[in-house]
Design a protein around this ligand. Sequence first.
Ligand SMILES: [Zn+2]
Length: 100
Amino acid sequence: MPKKVEAWQCSFCGKTRKAKGTIVKHEKTCFKNPKRKACQTCNNRSEERETFYNRYNGGDPGSTDTEYFFEYCGAKEEELCEYEYNCKQWRPIPRSILKK
Ligand SMILES: [Zn+2]
């Protein structure tokens, strides 16, 4: 028979543990906590896609076109490869966007 357990959940990312202390500690360092000023909650971060075309693919143009998804930092104007936190260029995401 399964047992019902009580658990605690991070209000930012949803991580769940049975021990409250673990989650209390986690929330302070959670990258989705806006107080961390991490890329995950920054308005400069965007999700982009680019298509790579291969025109000469064995006479079958377009058959190997691939879509490439990446994250972009609008402040640094470069691809976002590693998440940072306590960033000086961090900008909050406007509430109107978060609600969607
Ligand atoms: Zn979390």
